[in-house]
Design a protein around this ligand. Structure first.
Ligand SMILES: [Zn+2]
Length: 409
């Protein structure tokens, strides 16, 4: 039975309260939702199940169990809305149990998997830092797409038409799924109930412009239900359209500012400081910057349209950080002076500036315990102050580096 009382469904996104997860449930007619960090959906069709985003390798057994408790129909087709580790790695238990689904993905997905193999160690270390994991973890085993498409694909499952459309956004291998008969829209991570994850500091290029365009295309469909990659299912045409249009608008406000300033010839670093997201949209429950950070979207656009030079000529072919730090420490009258100043800034609650002092002090004299203690305390404060999980992961790793230098656990 559809469970419209599910905490994972809202028809009032402007006032919704985000639920972190809920037991698997049929949240809309013929749609099972398994929400555990990422959302996996199973859609009942006349010829079997359509599985949308099988999910994380670690949750695969839970997804399989939930689907099989709900239906014993074969999995006819699985689709990866993109090849990220939290979306495309949960099929194994289905295959092991005898399902032989078509696996549909956008054509750039296999190339992503090949890159994941090429840079496995790098991605494992990024993931460890980003999510503060105890050890480097990244998938090694792939269930490769059996059918890929460039722009669009239509699949007939019995008399039910399923439309797949390519997009770029968080990744270059995104797609979304539209079931016209039911007015069901499965967006993948084009909607995540956070400000778009469109600037991640440790990851490859992301695509804000194409992302906004995909949202606007989806808004024109007049979907009745929106099933996102993370967060709440949205029910009701106005509610769905509102979230899609406003998320696109959030991106376009940033895009337009960056473009205008780049075309005016401003220095990249100045652009980062100057550009701000729309203040009203930033208050929406579905556009909170708790995951990515709008300034990171700015940097991502600078990388997209520009080179890697930051606008400071000294940074083009620079002295090493430790040589720069030694020079600054010498001018200040020693590392102790840097530590003192860093402490004073921290007491004034200026952890941003204090973190530069901590970096200079620890890079000039890595063995200096007071310098490492400053670094530890500075990043503990920044971790506490940061809303963005992407920022938190990096601040926590820096704090832990200082702790390790101090011999603390
Ligand atoms: Zn995701």
């Amino acid at each position: 039975m559809p469970n419209h009382a599910s905490p994972m469904v809202t028809s009032d996104p402007l006032h919704a309260r985000l639920a972190l997860g809920a037991p698997p449930a049929e949240v809309a007619p013929d749609v099972l939702m398994h929400a555990s960090f990422v959302n996996t959906y199973a859609l009942r069709t006349p010829v079997g199940l359509l599985l949308i985003d099988p999910g994380l390798e670690q949750n695969a057994a839970s997804v399989h169990q939930a689907v099989r408790a709900w239906s014993d129909a074969p999995v006819h087709t699985a689709v990866y809305t993109h090849g990220h580790a939290d979306h495309a790695f949960g099929l194994r238990p289905f295959i092991d149990a005898g399902d032989h689904p078509h696996i549909i993905a956008q054509e750039n997905c296999p190339e992503r998997f090949r890159r994941y193999r090429l840079t496995h160690g790098w991605n494992a270390h990024i993931n460890q830092r980003q999510f503060s994991l105890p050890e480097p973890i990244f998938p090694r085993r792939f269930d490769w797409p059996t059918m890929t498409f460039r722009d669009a694909l239509v699949e007939r499952m019995g008399d039910l038409e399923i439309q797949y459309r390519a997009a770029k956004g968080e990744t270059d291998d995104a797609c979304w799924v539209w079931v016209p008969e039911h007015r069901y829209l499965f967006t993948g991570d084009l909607i995540i109930w956070q400000a778009p994850n469109c600037g991640n500091p440790q990851k490859v290029q992301r695509y804000p412009v194409e992302w906004a365009a995909a949202l606007e295309t989806m808004a024109a469909l007049d979907a009745e239900w929106l099933f996102p990659g993370h967060g709440l299912v949205i029910h009701g045409r106005d509610a769905v359209r509102g979230v899609l249009i406003e998320t696109a608008r959030y991106l376009r406000v940033i895009i337009d500012q960056v473009l205008a300033r780049m075309n005016a010839g401003e220095a990249p670093e100045d652009i980062v400081h100057a550009v701000e997201p729309d203040p009203e949209l930033s208050t929406r429950p579905y556009l909170q910057a708790n995951y990515d950070h709008p300034k990171f979207i700015v940097r991502n656009l600078l990388r997209l349209w520009g080179g890697w030079w930051n606008g400071n000529a000294a940074d083009l072919l620079p002295a090493t950080w430790s040589d720069q730090a030694a020079e600054i420490a010498g001018l200040a009258g020693g590392v102790e002076a840097l530590v003192r100043r860093g402490r004073a800034l921290l007491e004034q609650d200026d952890a941003v500036l204090a973190s530069h002092l901590a970096e200079w002090a620890t890079r000039a004299a890595p063995e200096n315990r007071d310098a490492q203690k400053l670094k530890r305390d500075v990043y503990e404060r920044r971790l506490f102050q940061a809303r963005s999980l992407m920022a938190q992961g990096i601040f926590r790793a820096a704090m832990n580096d200082a702790r390790q230098a101090l011999g603390e656990s």
